[in-house]
Design a protein around this ligand. Structure first.
Ligand SMILES: Cc1ncc(COP(=O)(O)O)c(C=O)c1O
Length: 434
């Protein structure tokens, strides 16, 4: 099928509320390493990796090889039968996650991983209420949409009771109109204020992403999580750290994002990059917390921990260790950051560059003083970068943040190529004076 035919069928047979990038949506055909090709044969440098999911590059032989082998052996068994890949992956994750996180429950998506984490926290603590963060994103189930802190992502106004949203540690747009570090990270204290004023006074959990993905790569100040997690524990809750976007070396130097804040979560959720594109979610916790669920009810996952996705995840982690370890990500990430900061000096429509490792956000504004979101400019920049053969993402409450997160195998050469395209695209949008 050519582009036209695919788009016609998309329109006719898929729900119209599928969100599609670009004025003319881009049907992809195949990929190899850092590149993807559309059905017309045009090549693109992929600096979004699906949505931070193709973590070790397209068609990585370590992943594809294991998947091919497993598909010929056994595709499905369900969680009713133990399986070698399932336990091997759980063991590997226990090894690379911080603290005493040791025992896993595999599902099929980030949404399910967060759902499972909340279920666990409620079961373990015997409490029902959960604190999440404004601007956070947790997925598309009713519970996940309720945890999400963006009106736009709560389809049909879905809202489950018992979830409250604390202020976001979003320094560029401080909810308290203060400036770091003079603020003393006052926003973290809001977790306590929200518990004391809007809950029964005891909570099951505080759920947060170390760097908010969909929220526009909002990066909390260094002290934030220590304060917020101490408050959480004081009120009987567990800290659920959502590493769906920040996990697996993405932030550089460490395997998991929260390690930069020197805090060990009680429960961690993972998905996206864990299996290089095969569906998988995981909720990992300590043995003690997991045992707290015994006798609380039955649970299975038909596809969770399936032999093929777990084979892909084992291959992905092996590829990360050999080709894209957290140190490699830190080195290439700093090179990328330095290039983006030069652009920040050059173009007034860049308000802030933030993030860590190969998770870099560029918040675009009409001017640096007013900080008015430049949503339209982001739209034009998107079309320009596509025309020049570069794929990136976008997000943020105002849809004015470029989310740039290439597969972790990216080299400095790939980064230079992306920076060159971005520079030309910024120059073009700058001239338009939107
Ligand atoms: C931080 C975070 N949590 C959860 C989810 C939900 O994951 P999924 O789309 O796999 O259900 C996402 C998806 O973007 C996410 O970014």
């Amino acid at each position: 099928m050519n582009t036209q035919e695919i788009l016609e069928k998309q329109k006719k047979y898929l729900w119209p509320n599928h969100l599609l990038y670009y004025t003319e949506p881009l049907p992809l055909d195949h990929g190899d390493g850092m590149y993807v090709w559309d059905v017309e044969g045009n090549q693109y440098l992929d600096f979004f990796g699906g949505i931070l999911t193709t973590s070790v590059g397209h068609n990585n032989p370590k992943v594809t090889g294991r998947v091919r082998e497993q598909v010929g052996k056994l595709i499905h068994s369900s969680t009713l039968y133990p399986n070698q890949n399932h336990v091997a992956l759980a063991e590997k994750l226990a090894e690379i996650t911080p603290g005493n996180l040791q025992t896993s429950y595999f599902t099929n998506s980030g949404t399910e991983a967060d759902e499972t984490a909340v279920m666990l926290a409620k079961g373990y603590t015997g409490q029902q209420e959960v604190i999440a963060l404004r601007h956070g994103y947790s997925g598309r189930s009713a519970l996940a949409m309720s945890l999400t802190g963006h009106a736009g992502w709560r389809v049909g106004g879905t809202h489950i009771l018992g979830i409250k949203h604390a202020m976001n540690p979003y320094c560029y747009r401080c909810p308290l109109k203060m400036t770091y570090p003079d603020c003393g990270v006052a926003c973290a204290e809001d977790v306590e204020e929200v518990i004391k004023t809007t809950t029964s006074g005891k909570i099951a959990a505080f759920l947060a992403e170390p760097i908010q993905g969909v929220g526009g790569f909002v990066t909390a100040p260094p002290e934030y999580f220590k304060i917020a997690v101490e408050i959480t524990h004081h009120y009987g809750g567990l800290f659920i750290c959502d590493e769906v976007q920040t996990g697996f070396g993405r932030t550089g130097d460490k395997w998991f994002g929260i390690e930069h804040w020197d805090v060990v979560p009680d429960i961690m959720t993972m998905a996206k990059g864990i299996a290089n594109g095969l569906p998988m979610g995981n909720t990992i916790t300590t043995t003690e917390i997991a045992e707290g669920m015994v006798g609380k009810g039955l649970t299975i996952s038909t596809f969770g921990g399936n032999p093929v996705s777990t084979a892909a995840a084992l291959g992905t982690i092996e590829a990360m260790e050999e080709e894209a370890n957290p140190q490699h990500v830190a080195t290439v990430g700093s090179h990328f950051r330095a290039g983006l900061e030069k652009m920040w000096e050059k173009y007034p429509l860049i308000g802030e560059v933030r993030g860590k490792g190969l998770m870099q956000g560029v918040e675009m504004v009409k001017d640096q003083k007013s900080k008015e979101p430049a949503t339209e400019a982001v739209g034009f920049l998107f079309e320009e970068t596509r025309k020049r053969g570069l794929l990136i993402g976008k997000g943020g409450l105002y849809n004015n943040v470029l989310r740039i997160a290439p597969p972790l195998i990216a080299t400095k050469e790939h980064v230079d190529k992306a920076l060159d395209i971005l520079d030309h695209a910024f120059a073009q949008v700058h001239e338009m004076n939107l």
